[in-house]
Structures are given as C-alpha cells and as structure tokens.
Design a protein around this ligand. Structure first.
Ligand code: FES
Length: 299
C-alpha cells in the first residue's frame, strides 16, 4: 500500500513535480498530426503534464504548439482565428506565430516595441516542441537526455543492453548491433498495420466504445451492476459487482463462460466483490452479443 506521499510522488506531474521532471525527459505525444492536418484549420486544444496547450498548423504548413492562454488578458487561444501565418486571439486581436512570437499587437502602436517583448508560453517554448509527419511530439530537455546518453558510454552491464553502443550503431549504419528483436518489431509493425487498416485510433476507439455500450446495456438487462458510473467508465474494461445472494457462484460462472469460449478476468482490483470484462482486442459487436448470450444461459 502506498503512502499518501509516495502516491503524490508517483502521480504528480505538474510544474516542478519530480515525476513531471522525469516525464519531460521523454518523447510524449501531444496529438495526432491528422487532427491538425489542415493549413489554417481550427486550432486544437491539448493538455500534457498539467499544461494546457493549443496546437495549430499555419498557412505554410508549419505546426505550432503554444501555451493555451493569451498573455494579454488570458483568453483561450483555442478559440483564436488561424489565418495568414498566425493564430489571432479573438479577444483583442493579438496574433502569434508558431514559435509564440507576437506578429501583431492591435492594442499597441508598432513604435512602442512592446510586441517584441512578449511571447506566448515562452518558458514552455524554450523546451521546444518538435514535429514529424506521423505524430506531433513533445520534446523536452532533449539535449539533456542526449548528454546523459553520451555520458553512459562504457557504462553498460551487459553487451546486449549497451544503449550507448546501440545508439552509435544506429547513427553509423542504421543497423542493430546484435540480432534484432524481430518478433517485437514484427508484432509492432503488424499492430500498426492493423490499426491503419481499421481507420486509426479514432476508429478503434469507436469500436471499443460500441463494445462497451453493448456489454453494459446487456449486462444491466441481466441484472448486473457496473462498479463505475457511466460518466467515468472507460471503453477498455468494465468492472461489475458480483451479484449478492441469489445463489450466484462466480467460480461456476467463470468456468461456464470458459466452456462456451469466453474468458473473462477472474481477478478483482477493488475491495468490493467484483469481476471484469474486457472490451478490447480483435472483438466486435458479434462477440459481445455472443458473450451476453453465454451469460444469459448461466444466470
Ligand atoms: S486577451 Fe488576447 S489579445 Fe487580449
């Protein structure tokens, strides 16, 4: 059991929190590039490690990730107009480029020079946000991470786990130093291919949500209660209360489902008597309905 302090240490990521500092040393996704594919398209709201961000693609196709709040009067730039190579705040019209520089400051005469002194989310931007075709990534302290990698030269406990040597190998000839972990790479490749074929993350999310909807509706119709409220129930796995009384025997229920070809989670992660049913994997409405028919036959 974690203490409150340990829990805070592990879960807090905002500002100077230790876990946040650690996470900022790694690549983290901000959003899918397809969500901001359109030049001058609608800005996208994002939130990462406790920071509210706005993502947009300007007229020249460059991507910008800025702090969400306008430095003038704190209005949200998510509602800004993305036009002519910049994001314009809807409140008083200040306009920012993808690096957070002020291009226009309607409330100040140009000769005041004030525009040069202001930047959106300047502190955050110093950490740099970097992009590639597939995924917009949040790059923080990359130089620091690189220095750590460089400093690790000769400090590996095993040849095959020598990250520095592996990195140098990739840099030199693009090859794995030893036999590549082919099974992992193939599995990842296949998983990405299947995801693409399905229509990407959104399409897969839709399928999982539909699985959950069918499951929850069907189980409730059979008298089962979900452990979580609908408002916080995710589409991955659903926890149900074990029915109290009525002679329900979870062991028999579990075995009966197995015999019918459906394996559910026997373990519980709550203090309450519960069991869980997953909605993910290569399953769809037909499998969820099949499972419900099996449950019906057992209760
Ligand atoms: S609040 Fe954005 S320009 Fe005033």
């Amino acid at each position: 059991m974690l203490t409150r302090e340990q829990n805070e240490l592990l879960c807090r990521v905002e500002g100077a929190a230790a876990m946040g500092q650690l996470m900022r040393r790694h690549w983290l996704p901000v959003c899918m590039a397809e969500e901001v594919a359109e030049r001058d398209g609608a800005p996208l709201k994002a939130r990462l490690l406790g920071e509210d961000l706005v993502v947009f693609r300007d007229s020249e196709g460059r991507l910008g990730v800025l702090g969400e709040r306008c430095p003038h009067r704190n209005a949200s730039l998510v509602f800004g107009r993305n036009e002519q190579c910049g994001l314009r705040c809807l409140y008083h019209g200040w306009k920012f480029d993808v690096e957070g520089n002020v291009l226009e400051m309607t409330s100040e005469p140009p000769e005041s020079g004030f525009a040069e002194k202001v930047k959106v989310g300047a502190e955050e931007l110093e950490r740099l946000y970097s992009f590639d075709e597939a995924l917009i990534r949040y790059l923080d302290r990359f130089d620091e991470a690189l220095s750590a990698l460089e400093a690790s030269a000769g400090n590996a406990h095993a040849l095959s786990l020598d990250l520095h040597a592996q990195w140098r190998g990739f840099e030199d000839n693009g090859q794995w130093r030893f036999t590549p972990p082919v099974h992992c790479l193939l599995a990842l490749d296949r998983a990405i291919e299947e995801l693409d074929r399905e229509g990407g993350v959104r399409a897969r999310g839709r399928r999982y949500r539909e699985n959950r909807r069918i499951l929850v509706k069907g189980m409730r119709a059979l008298g089962f209660r979900t452990y979580l409220r609908d408002a916080v129930q995710g589409p991955i796995i659903v926890t149900f209360h074990v029915p109290a009384g009525g002679g329900f025997n979870f062991g028999r229920f579990y075995d009966g489902l197995c015999k019918r070809g459906y394996v559910i989670y026997p373990g519980k992660v709550t203090k309450a008597e519960t069991f869980r049913i997953g909605c993910i994997g290569r399953i769809g409405p037909a499998q969820m309905r099949g499972l419900l028919a099996a449950v019906r036959a057992l209760v």
